[in-house]
Ligand binder design. Structure first.
Ligand code: TMP
Ligand code: ASP
Length: 237
């Protein structure tokens, strides 16, 4: 089904599809990276886990009427998606202070944000994905003011859905990163992935991290933690 490799990212390969114009195949890799690729390790089985977790979440979001690029899971590591042109913004939603914001603004870890806080980063590895403001986002991408507002509104809606999904498996959604893309029709939809690579998830009872922070900080076994997350989600479906 898949043909030419279009693009290789840090966590996924993106292929064109032979008989389905307007679609792509994403193939999840076993690589884990952190600090803009400064730390890298291969974990056999990580690609399958993130493909399964992301497919689970996108299926729920599709069912809830949120427009996404996701069509279906094809194999252990592959999924079929609608082709989009990725908007070069990383949209981060924070419910609780953790990670870069605690260092950048000297905010105490664990401080709740109510309402949730949205941050925009410019998706550019050479620049180290810098934090940007709305004016920068409008200048650096092809979206207009009302589309930026639409993206923020969608990000908050997705936050509500994800918070609910993870709470059902005793996890607190601390923060996460989204990417949006434009379909050929011009419509903007949720793209990329939602996985423990792109979310911070803390066990509500034990405060254990079930996300990539175990790899970033070297505090746990990535495969064990990702498997635990998938098993909890599967036990609910
Ligand atoms: P941060 O605290 O490092 O800014 O990360 C905020 C959230 O975004 C966290 O859930 C991890 C996710 N994230 C990515 O998905 N990709 C990235 O490149 C970075 C830096 C963070
Ligand atoms: N995604 C980034 C990297 O691959 C950073 C991160 O997630 O911490 O280096």
């Amino acid at each position: 089904m898949k043909t030419d490799l279009l693009y290789e990212g840090k966590a996924k390969l993106v292929y064109q599809v032979r008989d389905k114009t307007g679609h792509l195949v994403l193939d999840y890799k076993n690589d884990a990276t952190a600090f803009n690729g400064g730390k890298k390790e291969v974990f056999t089985g990580k690609g399958r886990l993130n493909n399964e977790i992301s497919a689970y979440i996108f299926n729920v979001l599709n069912e809830q009427g949120i427009q996404t690029h996701f069509v279906e899971k094809l194999s252990e590591t592959e999924q079929l998606v609608h082709q989009t042109e990725i908007i070069p913004l990383e949209v981060v939603v924070r419910n609780v202070a953790a990670g870069s914001i605690t260092r950048r603004l000297d905010i105490k870890a664990d401080t709740p944000f109510n309402p949730p806080l949205i941050e925009l980063f410019y998706k550019d590895d050479d620049l180290g994905d810098p934090l940007i403001n709305d004016e920068h986002a409008l200048f650096l991408s092809d979206i207009n003011k009302s589309e930026l507002q639409e993206i923020k509104t969608k990000a908050l809606e997705i936050n509500q859905q994800l918070t609910r999904i993870f709470k059902a498996v005793n996890l607190q959604l601390v923060d996460f990163k989204l990417e949006f893309g434009r379909l050929a029709s011009g419509c903007i939809v949720l793209s990329d992935e939602i996985s423990p690579d792109t979310c911070r998830l803390w066990d509500i009872t034990t405060h254990e991290n079930l996300d990539k922070d175990v790899f970033r900080q070297g505090t746990g076994d990535l495969l064990e933690v990702y498997q635990k997350l998938l098993s909890r989600l599967e036990a609910r479906s």
